[in-house]
Write a new protein. Structure first.
Length: 147
């Protein structure tokens, strides 16, 4: 896979990892990227949506947030959720790339490979998979500099 350098401008879209979606849900800085009309479009795997749904009860209790509201917010977030069938053909390659770090992240890597897009994540493990990774801070800096 040829890596692109999006350092001059924002990528047209990013593959969102669970940690940035969770951050956006609870009011973290990631919400500013998702809410920006100038930000990249977000796509994510259905596996990420399922992971988030598993973590929401504990997160809601820990932060004193309404779990039902968090689930409702997740459902209306402007993220194109992709089923496994959309990226399954890249599973073997993705599993090889991420196996030594976090094998559960293979769907995000596979979708990034399939769509030839960078990943948006705070997780350093994804960078070792040979995909370009943007952090929330990097996206916000680029949005600010572009405006």
């Amino acid at each position: 896979m040829r890596l692109r350098s999006w350092t001059i401008s924002l990528p047209p879209a990013v593959v969102a990892d669970a940690n940035v979606v969770l951050s956006a849900l609870i009011g973290g800085r990631a919400r500013l990227v998702i809410a920006s009309q100038h930000g990249p479009k977000c796509v994510a795997t259905q596996a990420v949506a399922e992971e988030i749904a598993r973590h929401l009860p504990r997160l809601a209790a820990k932060r004193g947030l309404d779990q039902a509201l968090l689930l409702a917010a997740l459902q209306v977030m402007p993220i194109a959720w992709k089923p496994a069938a959309d990226y399954e053909e890249h599973r073997e390659e993705a599993e090889k790339r991420i196996a030594d770090r976090d094998p559960d992240d293979w769907p995000t890597v596979a979708l990034a490979l399939k769509l030839d897009l960078p990943v948006w994540s705070q997780d350093k493990d994804l960078a070792v998979a040979g995909v370009e990774v943007f952090t929330t801070g990097e996206l916000l800096d680029t949005l600010r500099d572009a405006g």
